[in-house]
Design a protein around this ligand. Structure first.
Ligand code: COA
Length: 421
């Protein structure tokens, strides 16, 4: 057996393989400074050796390595683990000392069921999940791909945890947890919406963040990042701005400097989170489409003052910016790359598409839906059930009562189509 990843987690897997009398021939690790682990050689170039267990605790990196290797993988159970004959366990999964998998539970591929984890009857655990030591999933719990359940957390029966979530140690999860969130406490509450991309993968792989756009919105977003850090919701390291209109090295208030434009951004070699801080909807879209660098990810940046009536019904994609004092009630869905510029309220069942910009004070009543690239002016209101298509501009202070035509501007109370001469 070969292990990929010479980490602390690998040490535990070596113990487990020893207990099963399976020889570890070698480990592989990209770090050239590690040459040995528990007297087993650590090599740096994998040349197709298999079977492999990817011994990396981080769920995102484990998935990336599995996809890179694409070989035969080992699946192992410590002899002290209790696994029902009616349970199914996917390839590459490691079941540690004392873990229990009860009848009809289904465990995905490349999961870690850590020391003493308890998975009760009919649970459904997705690929790349980590159930930490002593965590308990009661019967019929669902855990989506890539989620990490912290040590000694308890999930009560029937609860559904989304994809790429983090559940804090010792939490008691009593209600559903949406995709891409960090949640903790007793009762467990959603504290942060990191976001998932269209493939359902968690978008944020780094805490280094930059802003594209060094104008006024860029400075507001930089201030928002400071606020998020201050509240302890995330730990962003702000590295600077990208902007094609300003020379490299230009200072942007006290927040940081311009590091380059689109070419420099597309040449960045390390993982970097990016916020697109440009207020014109169509330009936001064009900027995103010009970013071809796979190292760039787009987290949601959500002000600590954001209020959600029922987080379990809230869905959000990636790359959204939600400034201070915004609120949503229940069953609200937000797509990707929208800007909520402060004090925006959204009622039940509101669905917002992509690249929309809501200026401060915009209110969307219940069941309003929007397509993409709309610009809603300061303090404008959209009445209940109005369906906005795409590329609509709504003037400041207007009240939109009926469905507007795509690509037009509406102004007034009630808002009427405005034709520019
Ligand atoms: C949930 C978790 C991921 C949050 O990490 P983080 O974002 O770095 O959070 P911080 O440590 O900055 O804490 C932020 C706040 O949340 C609180 N908090 C963090 N984790 C918590 C938890 N599990 N339960 C209750 N409160 C928690 C902190 O006390 C802090 O509160 P404060 O703002 O009032 O001071 C982390 O604390 C955690 O529980 N990780 C799981 C560890 C684990 O189980 N490992 C198993 C390895 S095998």
């Amino acid at each position: 057996m070969y292990l990929y990843g010479a980490s602390g987690h690998a040490k535990v897997i070596i113990d487990l393989l020893n207990a099963l009398n399976i020889k570890v021939d070698a480990l592989f690790d990209d770090d050239p400074s590690i040459n040995e682990l528990l007297s087993i050689p650590v090599l740096h170039e994998w040349q197709g050796e298999s079977p492999v267990i990817v011994s990396v605790g981080n769920n995102i990196y484990r998935k990336q390595i599995v996809e890179k290797l694409g070989c035969e993988f080992g699946t192992i159970f410590h002899p002290s683990a209790i696994v029902s004959d009616y349970a199914k366990v996917g390839e590459g999964t490691v079941v540690m000392q004392g873990a229990i998998i009860q009848s009809c539970a289904k465990i995905g591929r490349h999961c870690i069921l850590n020391t003493g984890a308890s998975i009760d009857h009919e649970c459904c655990v997705g690929d790349y999940v980590h159930i930490s030591p002593q965590a308990t999933l009661c019967g019929n719990v669902q855990v989506g791909e890539g989620s990490w359940i912290g040590a000694a957390a308890v999930v009560i029966p029937g609860v559904k945890i989304g994809r790429w979530c983090t559940i804090g140690a010792g939490s008691v999860v009593v209600s559903d947890i949406p995709d891409g969130t960090i949640a903790y406490g007793n009762p467990c509450r959603v504290r942060s919406f990191v976001g998932v991309n269209q493939e359902g993968e968690r978008v944020c792989r780094t805490n280094r963040i930059a802003i594209y756009g060094a104008g006024g919105l860029g400075r507001e977003v930089a201030g928002g990042i400071c606020r998020i850090n201050h509240a302890g919701h995330e730990h962003w390291e702000f590295v600077g701005f990208y902007d094609d209109r300003l020379p490299v090295g230009t200072s942007v208030s006290h927040y940081g400097k311009v590091l380059g434009g689109m070419d420099e951004l597309n040449a960045v070699e390390e993982p970097l989170a990016l916020a697109i801080a440009v207020g014109a909807p169509a330009t936001r879209k064009r900027i995103f489409e010009r970013i071809t660098n796979p190292n760039i990810t787009f987290p949601n940046l959500i002000a600590p003052s954001f209020r959600i009536l029922d987080p379990s019904t809230f869905k959000i994609g990636q790359g959204n910016i939600i400034q201070d004092n915004c609120s949503v009630t229940c069953d609200v869905e937000i797509g990707n790359f929208n800007v909520f510029n402060g004090s925006n309220a959204m009622g039940h069942d509101v669905k917002v598409g992509d690249y929309n910009v809501l200026m401060p004070g915009v209110r969307l009543s219940g069941e309003v839906t929007t397509g993409n690239c709309n610009l809603l002016g300061v303090d404008s209101v959209v009445l209940q059930r109005v369906k906005i298509g795409s590329n609509v501009t709504l003037g400041a202070g207007s009240v939109l009562m009926t469905k507007p035509k795509d690509g037009n501007t509406y102004i007034g109370v009630p808002a009427k189509k405005f034709d520019f001469e």
